[in-house]
Design a protein around this ligand. Structure first.
Ligand code: NDP
Ligand code: ZN
Length: 180
């Protein structure tokens, strides 16, 4: 039902905005962090043509547990088990060292559910576009290069999931190669 759907989406955007309120992106202008999860959900809808509510809600929440004090229990209680399980799939284990987490993202990508792969693709697309737009504070060209390389390995583990999202990602890499 339409009323319930729009109510859930706005409740979710509101929840994520409150959770991320003190966080900023890594760019010079310190863009509010919430622009990112909203942008990822928007990519899924406008470019991926994904209208599945659990996928969109999980996309809006995808960095809440990883980057704020939010717990999976909280998400499960408010947004249900399906959403909570998708968010779990796209959340890194913060108790592990950074390098290990990066390696695990590559290893785990092919094992993810279809919905988690969609969010992973949209997340990478947003972050790579963000890197093309502005260099994060303190990042060297080498670090950007490494990030593109690592993202490619994760993306390749999420293939045959969404034609449009994968085409947009491929365009970014094709453009990068032609600039080298
Ligand atoms: P990080 O994982 O530390 O940062 C990238 C993440 O930051 C993105 O995935 C995105 O995650 C988020 N983000 C926030 N703002 C932006 C933005 N404006 N543009 C793009 N992404 C943004 O980076 P690395 O993968 O490079 O680092 C991994 C580890 O290696 C770190 O410990 C780092 O300190 C270290 N390191 C690596 C170097 C290198 O040359 N590769 C050099 C120095 C250190 P989200 O979707 O969650 O918001
Ligand atoms: Zn993200």
């Amino acid at each position: 039902n339409n009323d319930e759907l729009i109510s859930t989406i706005i409740k979710c955007v509101n929840f994520a905005a409150i959770k991320h309120k003190d966080q900023r992106r890594k760019d010079e202008e310190e863009t509010p962090y919430i622009n990112h999860p909203i942008g990822v959900a928007n990519i899924l809808i406008q470019e991926g043509q994904i209208y599945d509510p659990a996928t969109i809600v999980a996309a809006l929440l995808h960095d809440t547990v990883e980057d704020t004090e939010t717990t999976f229990e909280e998400i499960e209680n408010i947004f249900g088990t399906e959403v909570c399980n998708i968010v779990k799939e796209v959340t890194d284990d913060k108790s592990l060292p950074k390098l290990q987490r990066k390696k695990l993202q590559i290893e785990n990508a092919p094992k993810k559910s279809h919905k988690a792969k969609l969010i992973t693709l949209a997340d990478k697309l947003y972050n790579l576009r963000d890197l093309q737009r502005a260099i994060p504070i303190g990042w060297s060209q080498d670090r950007i290069k490494d990030y593109f390389k690592w993202s490619k390995a994760v993306i390749d583990g999420c293939r045959r999931t969404n034609f449009n999202l994968e085409r947009e990602l491929d365009l970014i890499y094709a453009k990068r190669v032609s600039q080298e």
